[in-house]
Ligand binder design. Structure first.
Ligand SMILES: [Zn+2]
Length: 113
């Protein structure tokens, strides 16, 4: 049984291995079998500004003043943010901040406590 992935270009299932390459006979596409077919978000690692790995429920502090989009509020440097939730996107931390409410932060602007 072949477990080769389908062609990423034309989705043909008749791909074959040629050394370290995978080759599609239908469209001629060649690609590396080592490259993950889908650099998925499943094992995305979230890191703070100094490289600590962040997890859901962590407490972090903000390392620079951050303006809250659509308001005149500012999250001051040093603000402690409890119980963060990691999510996909440009702003990858979902959280609630006292006095401000729910907002999103970038992991590069926080530091794990
Ligand atoms: Zn193909």
């Amino acid at each position: 049984m072949s477990t080769l992935p389908p062609c990423p270009k034309c989705t043909s299932e008749y791909t074959y291995e040629d050394g370290v390459q995978l080759v599609c006979p239908e469209c001629g596409h060649e690609w590396s079998a080592d490259a993950p077919a889908d650099a998925g978000d499943a094992d995305k690692v979230y890191k703070d500004s100094v490289g600590n790995v962040l997890q859901d429920g962590d407490t972090v502090t903000v390392i620079k003043d951050l303006k809250v989009k659509g308001s005149s509020l500012v999250v001051k440097v040093g603000t402690k943010v409890k119980n963060i939730r990691l999510c996909d996107g440009d702003h990858d931390i979902d959280c609630k901040i006292d006095g401000i409410g729910a907002m999103k932060l970038k992991s590069e602007f926080v530091r794990k406590v």
